[in-house]
Design a protein around this ligand. Structure first.
Ligand code: 1CP
Length: 356
């Protein structure tokens, strides 16, 4: 992880980046997954103006606006590009709809012919709109705020492409991979190639760091985990390190549990996003030999509840991670029911430290 940084690097000005150079900060940098979103009234207002959710993602001025909203309110150390992991299948030509109250809906992939119809060469116009958002953001963000670009990991994106919607157990994708491993490999390879171009474009447009969201990494047994989570992620991370040395890549293999260390050593990620179920003592100890930045892992529902329990848990995490290369975050995304003032409390608790 520690690599020499050239003098023009933004690292000195952006605290979020410093743990990746091996510097443990007190207080740690903080940002929150889904920090832009429905819990903020100003987001709901901009989203209504945009029309649909995809219109919001593909309108650079509006996507940049909702990215900036939580930065204005809370002064997080990093902004995350406002987009969605399902823009990749959408840009590939698998039509994606977001239905109010239902989440995403896609025409499910059932056969090899459905995979063959996807078109990696056609992604550029839609990706170009996302890159334009990144460019605007790098101009409009405060200089000290890092900008995180992202994509979904091939496995997680494939689960939505095959199921056609969110699911509890990702059964359709898991069965597809068992019944037609060659077809699933072709889909995975396509997602690896397209994700590399997508992330690379985000870095060229101004992203300082990248995160790969593997929300459903926890649904696979070890052999499948190696093939569909580790291998594709390693290929993306290697390509990013080769093309963009010094740009850290954080992996978020949600639910990976005992396989998280394996994931870190095999994929070469610079940071590991820990989910809500990871015990803080593991965050503090399990990855120590890997020199990887640890990010996480407050329960998003504790942020809904707030109060003394929130403060006590924040103090516990800060204490256990004291002296480590650590970035404070949630263990999964903010939920819409979160009172915005609890987020302000959280930021204050983290910034004031356990002495608060
Ligand atoms: O109604 C609305 O306004 C849409 C809600 C919403 C938002 C705010 C969706 C639909 N996507 C997003 C933005 C988003 N999604 C961001 C950028 C904003 C930020 O973090 O501040 C990011 C990084 C994502 C990533 C994402 N989308 C993931 C991975 C992380 C995670 O939460 O596990 C996944 C799985 C998705 C798919 C998706 N998009 C939207 C929903 C409701 C879902 C989940 C579908 C499901 O399985 O139920």
């Amino acid at each position: 992880m520690s690599r020499s940084l050239d003098k023009s690097s933004p690292i000195a000005r952006r605290r979020f980046l410093q743990p990746f150079a091996g510097t443990a900060l007190a207080p740690p940098p903080i940002w929150l997954m889904r920090q832009a979103g429905r819990y903020l009234p100003e987001y709901r207002e901009t989203r209504a103006k945009a029309g649909g959710f995809l219109d919001l993602c593909y309108t650079p001025a509006l996507a940049a606006e909702v990215t900036l909203q939580p930065i204005r309110r809370y002064g997080f150390d990093a902004a995350i590009l406002f987009a969605d992991i399902l823009l990749v299948p959408d840009a590939l030509g698998q039509s994606v709809r977001f239905v109010e109250g239902e989440g995403p809906l896609l025409d499910p992939i059932r056969t090899a012919a459905d995979i063959a119809r996807l078109s990696p060469d056609a992604t550029r116009p839609k990706f170009g709109l996302v890159f334009e958002t990144v460019q605007r953001l790098r101009q409009d963000l405060p200089d000290e705020t890092a900008l995180i670009g992202f994509c979904g990991a091939p496995w997680t994106v494939a689960t939505y492409m095959i199921e056609g919607r969110g699911s509890k157990d990702q059964a359709a994708a898991r069965l597809f991979a068992y019944r037609d491993p060659d077809g699933f490999q072709r889909l995975t390879d396509m997602l690896v190639e397209v994700s590399i171009e997508y992330l690379s474009g985000q870095v060229q447009a101004g992203a300082d760091a990248l995160q790969i969201f593997d929300t459903w990494a926890g649904s696979l047994p070890d052999d499948q985990f190696e093939q569909w989570v580790i291998d594709p992620t390693r290929r993306i991370v290697e390509a990013m390190h080769e093309r963009h040395p010094g740009v850290p890549v954080v992996g978020f293999p949600r639910g990976a549990q005992g396989s998280a260390l394996w994931y870190v050593t095999e994929t070469g990620v610079d940071g590991i996003g820990c989910d809500t179920a990871t015990p803080p003592y593991m965050m503090a100890e399990a990855f120590e030999d890997e020199k990887v930045v640890v990010q996480g892992n407050l329960d998003p529902l504790l942020l809904v509840a707030g109060g003394d329990a929130l403060k006590a848990r924040v103090e516990e995490i800060l204490e256990l991670m004291d002296g480590k290369a650590f970035i404070f975050n949630l263990g999964h995304g903010i939920v819409p029911e979160t009172p915005p003032e609890h987020v302000a409390d959280l930021v204050r608790y983290v910034r004031e430290g356990s002495a608060a």
